[in-house]
Ligand binder design. Structure first.
Ligand SMILES: *Cc1c(COP(=O)(O)O)cnc(C)c1O
Length: 364
């Protein structure tokens, strides 16, 4: 079986260094908010090109804390609107609704799966405070137009960078393409921990300081609480492991790009639509589209190729958001019905990549 993603193989590449990092934490006797988190934050900010990075418990918390931070700074308030793509992972939307702001959905482009910049302006109202872009599947959004709109209407840009660690738009990386960015280090992400983890990057000092307090009970100074904060901290242990893996992120992304390039050049099947690349992608997943998605997935399974669907149900059709079930986003709904993600990873070997292409090409 060709696995969709062989996490064990990915992490065992760095076994010795990861074990060394774990030993360092064990022997330090300090397990929460210490040197490892501090050094990872410095390293990750430096990598993204931002002034600040703040480690938190997971990617959802990263996004939630950005919005919460803006609320504490009185830039956002309950009932304000945030523009988001209708086709995203549910966490993007949960981060908004948990803060009691309102997500306003915009259709993506069918060929790139990214928010359509030409459909943003018509959704702006007096309550709109931000555009939350999602660099979905590893490809950065078309930021030029989005920057222009944000400037014109005085909106914040929040990035959901959970699927695009290291991807560039022009000369800047994700994390540095807006006012604040949320990252996830869930094990299967391009930069993955051995458990949960997340981070926020920003160049905004006030926001960074508010979020630093919010992640730690709302406290700037031990036992003095400025906000009704939460407990969402990146573990020392995960930070130590992430410091190892950050060193190899570009190399790992480069390998994903090689797999993607081979797929793009060699998959030839008139029933299958390949992804369109308009910016830079670090290929978190390689998503193809076909009207016969379920049949293709079954066929690949029978041929020992594991695939996944990102994602079967769009947020507005989820039970959890019953209030929006009657909304209609035809492009989004079509995407969710037709997409299928092929195996892609930094540890796939040539034989596996070639087999995927051969079997996909023989599908009829
Ligand atoms: C994974 C992911 C998240 C959430 O990250 P967690 O660490 O699992 O909470 C948010 N947005 C997108 C687009 C994701 O892929």
């Amino acid at each position: 079986m060709i696995k969709f993603l062989d996490l064990k193989k990915i992490n065992l590449q760095y076994k010795e260094e990861i074990l060394e990092a774990c030993k360092r934490v064990l022997e330090s006797g300090w397990y929460i908010l210490g040197e490892e988190v501090k050094k990872f934050e410095e390293g990750f900010a430096n990598y993204c090109g931002t002034k600040y990075a703040i480690g938190v418990g997971n990617g959802l918390d990263a996004l939630k804390l950005i919005i919460r931070g803006y609320k504490e700074l009185e830039i956002f308030k309950e009932g304000d609107e945030i523009i988001v793509p209708a086709n995203t992972y549910i966490a993007t939307i949960l981060a908004i609704s948990e803060n009691r702001l309102k997500p306003v959905f915009v259709e993506p482009k069918l060929d790139t799966y990214l928010i359509d910049p030409d459909k943003i302006e018509e959704k702006i109202t007096e309550r709109t405070k931000a555009i939350m872009v999602v660099h979905l599947y590893g490809q950065t959004c078309e930021m030029d137009k989005i920057w222009e709109i944000a400037r014109e209407y005085n909106l914040k840009i929040i990035e959901d960078s959970a699927q695009a660690h290291g991807a560039f738009y022009k000369d800047k990386r994700t994390g540095n393409l807006g006012d604040a960015s949320g990252f996830s280090f869930f094990p299967s992400k391009n930069l993955g921990a051995l458990g949960d983890g997340g981070a926020i990057t920003t160049n905004d000092k006030e926001l960074a300081e508010a979020i630093k307090a919010l992640r730690n009970y709302g406290s700037y100074k031990k036992y003095e609480n400025l906000y009704k904060g939460v407990n969402s901290r990146l573990d020392e242990l995960q930070a130590a492991i992430l410091r190892v893996k950050l060193k190899y992120l570009d190399k790992d992304n480069q390998k994903r790009k090689k797999v993607a390039k081979y797929y793009l050049e060699n998959i030839k099947n008139e029933k299958i639509v390949l992804p369109k690349v308009v910016t830079d992608s670090v290929w978190h997943v390689f998503v193809i589209r076909t009207k016969e998605r379920d049949k293709l997935q079954k066929y690949l399974q029978e041929n020992e190729i594991q695939t996944l669907i990102h994602y079967p149900i769009p947020p507005h059709k989820q039970e959890a958001y019953k209030e929006w079930n009657d909304l209609s986003f035809p492009i989004t709904e079509k995407i969710h019905k037709e997409v299928l993600s092929l195996p892609i990873s930094p540890v796939m070997i040539e034989e596996e990549i070639k087999k995927v292409v051969k079997i996909v090409n023989e599908f009829n």
